[in-house]
Design a protein around this ligand. Structure first.
Ligand SMILES: *[C@@H]1O[C@H](CO)[C@@H](O)[C@H](O)[C@H]1NC(C)=O
Ligand SMILES: *[C@@H]1O[C@H](CO)[C@@H](O)[C@H](O)[C@H]1NC(C)=O
Ligand SMILES: *[C@@H]1O[C@H](CO)[C@@H](O)[C@H](O)[C@H]1NC(C)=O
Ligand SMILES: *[C@@H]1O[C@H](CO)[C@@H](O)[C@H](O)[C@H]1NC(C)=O
Ligand SMILES: *[C@@H]1O[C@H](CO)[C@@H](O)[C@H](O)[C@H]1NC(C)=O
Ligand SMILES: *[C@@H]1O[C@H](CO)[C@@H](O)[C@H](O)[C@H]1NC(C)=O
Length: 859
């Protein structure tokens, strides 16, 4: 019943979406080809409802076969076009009719899976389009591995080719035996003249004509906003991603969104430049003048050196309307691209968008594989506000003959784990699981590396074939290029690839001392297995939490570095993020976001007493946020990440009460890790432990779901998960809550502060969901996605009690298997934000505590 109503709604929504967006894309559609390579007659539709047609009509010779992928990676956003491919064993071409004087987008889609007898690790090939090299010695498999994603889409913009045929040639490498080429999807779309001339950075006043250059799209970001799907682009079916993963350091500014009454007024600028959604969100520095003067709002992009790049910046100011209100400098790769940029000065008014193009040549110096974009207030003209603003960024690589670059290099750590995993059974094409998290019993805990090793080790011993979790390793990277290993500045000479990524900031010990008043005891806000956690202030006013290693800590340098490498890549609105680290004179520090409102637990109850603080709606929103964070861990990257220590003290709250999951295995190393004995010890926190994990010692993401179920009851009942002072049947919250739920007496044990304030339907939905989470068998528990959906439903029932009539049958507590709208986005590596980052206020809030407090009753 539920399911059918919901599917109906989904269908209606789809129809509306299709009706709204199809006319726009098919206007240009007369010239566009969307080919699903290897698709049978009739083609197929992708998740957006776009029709992909078979490719045979355009295939013009060479030896090829069509084949279906042997495995569907769960992170594939759509079966079409990825699950079918054309495999080329000799040089082969497609021929497409084109207009000689038009620019075209050419999009190539690759999903490196096993196709029949073809293993993608043998696939090296080049792709040439009318003499322009797009790819050479390309390995889709290595590229995807390095970027930690299942599939890769490449977008090129080809300048007019002076020919009425576009020949795209795939050629297997002759350097490798058994090399072959393959392709899953091709899009060819005639495009308007998007590019003209661009300012040359570093050559005062000079411009370069880009109309004859070929482009490869490297990055396209909706700054301060959310992922925009091809269907929601302004008729060019581009994808725009969230910019947060590319932000550098702690100083990420604030995001802004135009109010509903603001109309983006394109004036003479064509709307295809960028859709209104891009212009109606932005990122600026914040309201504090002194703070803003102390930092650059910076994005860092991984690129191939020795090449020319065009950076297109999109601007639109919808708050201010006068010249000289906000004036700022724009730096690209540390050179001034624009001095005294004034958006209103350029556009002449509020809500009017514009864009600026800058070209830089990036030399091949060692380490020059990054493009830095930085904004800083320009005080010279005495503007009203010391601020800077940006709405969108696109980065393109330019060349007139050769756009190819080397394959990125997967992290050594990743390779090592893959090797180990391969030792006992081939997990390459199954979803990998990586375990993070977890101190147990207050003292014994272990780091994530230990966890992988232990887990791999154990599986090796047991030779458990085809067990549910195939652990090798995990490493979500973003960026589009190399991740080669480099030495960290001032470090021990050991390599930290996160540094090379530029996403994780390096702090000197001096800066750490300065931030914490020389590690003054008065700044200690917590103590964890790793050492003490200090409150600190950096960059003139950014609050951070600094974890300093205890010299006695068993956590070694390698683990420390592995943690940095891994954690720096986890960025999500609902995960606490690592801002940077310090490693100097044997001292090691990790620097995190500061969470002004401390832990969830301290807002639900203190000791054994419920507090009259959070409303039911707030609690639901916090649970939904935390569930999103966990959902991202479980499915957002190519590799499943299991938190392993989900509990209310690991769910932190920022100044806006946004929930963030924390503690990704920063506890100290377990005693016998090197002997692999740790695996026999079940880790986690008592009271939250999955009984199935306990029994079978087999960890799956459903163990997190179990623990999260306990969190849900804890939030509802406002009592500790274990309370030895109570009668025996009441000691464990999980048991007691289930017992009452089944007897229909749950209302008797809920937080007295909530009594009479929860809509009964909302409570029922919530309790059903929590009960499902506590199912004995992992298979019976919902996925985080299903759970999320049910929690949102519960929130909806609380907020709009009357709208529940469309959902008539409340008797069954069945779990609707409905995908969230965001699901396919979540699956994509670049889109690390399931929700958009809301406006972050820089409100002061002193009552604050950071996470890793060892709570004797909690652990
Ligand atoms: C196709 O493969 C066969 C051998 O398998 C080879 O003799 C032939 O030349 C190839 N055809 C083309 C067009 O490359
Ligand atoms: C074009 O690519 C070639 C080969 O990668 C490189 O040598 C050349 O410098 C590039 N030209 C420009 C203008 O970037
Ligand atoms: C720009 O400057 C920063 C430090 O201010 C440095 O870390 C970075 O490597 C520089 N980038 C380039 C491309 O020179
Ligand atoms: C901002 O970036 C520019 C260019 O890299 C640099 O010269 C300047 O020192 C930076 N300012 C701050 C406060 O970091
Ligand atoms: C294109 O550039 C790549 C990388 O710079 C190089 O390896 C390759 O040989 C070049 N191909 C051609 C045809 O120039
Ligand atoms: C081709 O790519 C592989 C993997 O990145 C690399 O090891 C190899 O050196 C490359 N070969 C050539 C000829 O560039």
């Amino acid at each position: 019943m539920h399911t059918s109503v919901c599917s109906l709604i989904v269908i209606i929504i789809c129809v509306i979406v299709l009706l709204n967006s199809f006319p726009a894309s098919s206007d240009k559609g007369d010239e566009s080809l969307i080919l699903g390579c290897g698709l049978g007659e009739g083609g197929g539709k992708d998740v957006d409802g776009r029709q992909w047609v078979p490719d045979n009509k355009y295939f013009s010779g060479g030896n090829s076969t069509t084949s279906k992928a042997s495995f569907q990676d769960p992170s594939l956003s759509s079966e079409v076009p990825y699950m079918t491919s054309r495999v080329f064993t000799s040089e082969s071409s497609y021929k497409f009719p084109i207009q000689p004087d038009k620019r075209y987008w050419l999009r190539l889609h690759f999903y490196p899976s096993v196709y029949g007898n073809f293993n993608p690790s043998n696939s090296y090939f080049s792709v040439v389009a009318n003499g322009v090299t797009l790819l050479s010695n390309f390995s889709a498999s290595i590229t995807c591995q390095a970027l930690s994603q299942a599939y890769i889409d490449r977008e090129y913009s080809l300048a007019p080719l002076d020919s009425d045929t576009l020949t795209v040639t795939f050629k297997p490498s002759d350097k490798y035996k058994r090399a072959f080429a393959f392709i899953n999807g091709i899009q060819l779309i005639q495009m308007p003249g998007l590019f003209e001339s661009a300012t040359m950075v570093g050559y005062a006043g000079q411009t370069i004509d880009t109309t004859t250059m070929h482009f490869q799209t490297m990055f396209r970001l909706n700054v301060g906003g959310q992922y925009i799907s091809p269907m929601h682009d302004s008729s060019l079916s581009r994808m725009w991603y969230d910019d947060t993963p590319y932000l550098y350091g702690a100083a990420t500014g604030v995001t802004n969104q135009a109010t509903k009454d603001v109309q983006i007024n394109y004036k003479t600028m064509p709307q295809y430049i960028a859709p209104p959604v891009v212009y109606s969100t932005s990122r600026s520095m914040g309201t504090n003048k002194d703070v803003n003067m102390g930092f650059n709002l910076t994005w860092v992009f991984q690129i191939d050196p020795n090449s020319m790049y065009l950076t297109r910046l999109h601007f639109c100011d919808y708050y201010y309307s006068k010249v000289n209100q906000i004036v700022f400098n724009i730096f690209i790769n540390n050179q001034t691209a624009e001095a005294q940029a004034d958006v209103i000065g350029w556009t002449g008014g509020k809500g009017v968008p514009t864009y600026k193009d800058y070209v830089v040549y990036v030399q091949g110096d060692p380490g020059a594989d990054q493009l830095w974009l930085a904004l800083h207030p320009a005080p010279d003209t005495k503007p009203e506000y010391y601020d800077a603003i940006l709405n969108g960024v696109e980065v393109f690589k330019l060349n007139d003959t050769n756009l190819s670059g080397p394959n990125p290099q997967p992290s050594e750590m990743l390779m090592e784990h893959e090797e180990k995993a391969k030792g006992f059974h081939d997990t390459r094409y199954t979803r990998r699981t990586f375990v993070i998290g977890g101190a147990a019993g207050g003292a014994a805990g272990f780091v994530l590396v230990a966890a992988i090793f232990a887990f791999v080790h154990r599986q090796k011993k047991k030779k458990a074939p085809g067990s549910y979790t195939n652990t090798s390793s995990w490493l979500p990277l973003y960026g589009n290029s190399h991740t080669s290993t480099k030495s960290s500045k001032g470090g021990s000479g050991k390599s930290v690839t996160a540094m090379a990524q530029g996403l994780c900031r390096y702090f000197s010990l001096e800066e750490m001392k300065h931030a914490t008043k020389n590690f003054d005891e008065s700044n200690v806000i917590g103590v964890g297995g790793f050492g003490k956690v200090y409150k600190g202030v950096i960059d003139n006013g950014f609050k951070v939490a600094i974890k300093k290693s205890n010299p006695q800590s068993e956590q070694g340098v390698d683990e420390f570095q592995t943690e940095i490498e891994m954690l720096s890549k986890l960025r999500h609105k609902h995960l606490v993020s690592l801002i940077g680290f310090c490693e100097e004179d044997g001292e090691m520090c990790l620097v995190y976001d500061y969470m002004a409102h401390g832990t969830l637990r301290e807002h639900v109850y203190k000791g054994n007493k419920p507090l009259d603080t959070l409303t039911w709606k707030q609690r639901l929103e916090i649970c939904i946020g935390a569930a999103r964070g966990l959902h991202y861990l479980h499915t957002g990257a190519k590799y499943t990440i299991i938190h392993r220590d989900v509990k209310t003290t690991n769910i932190l709250l920022d100044e806006n009460w946004v929930a963030k999951v924390s503690d990704f295995g920063l506890s100290k190393t377990g005693p016998n890790m090197n002997n692999g004995h740790v695996s026999t010890v079940v880790k986690g926190s008592f009271g939250y432990l999955d009984p199935e994990y306990f029994r079978r010692q087999q960890l799956t993401e459903k163990s997190d779901v179990y623990s999260f179920g306990v969190v849900l009851f804890e939030v509802l009942c406002a009592r500790p998960v274990l309370n030895p002072n109570l009668q025996r049947e009441q000691v464990s919250l999980a048991d007691w809550a289930l017992y009452n739920k089944r007897r229909g007496t749950l209302e008797d044990i809920i937080d007295p502060n909530l009594k009479g304030k929860i809509n009964p339907e909302s409570l029922k939905k919530f309790a059903d969901a929590a009960e499902k989470c506590l199912s004995d068998h992992g298979l019976d528990r919902p996925s985080m996605n299903d759970l999320l959906w049910n929690l949102e439903f519960s929130l909806n029932l609380q907020e709009n009690p009357n709208s529940s009539t469309h959902h008539p049958n409340h008797e069954e507590s069945e779990f609707e298997e409905v995908s969230l709208e965001n699901d396919d986005m979540a699956a994509h590596y670049k889109n690390l934000g399931l929700g958009s980052a809301q406006q972050v206020s820089q409100d002061e809030n002193t009552a604050a505590i950071f996470s890793q407090i060892v709570d004797p009753t909690g652990r």
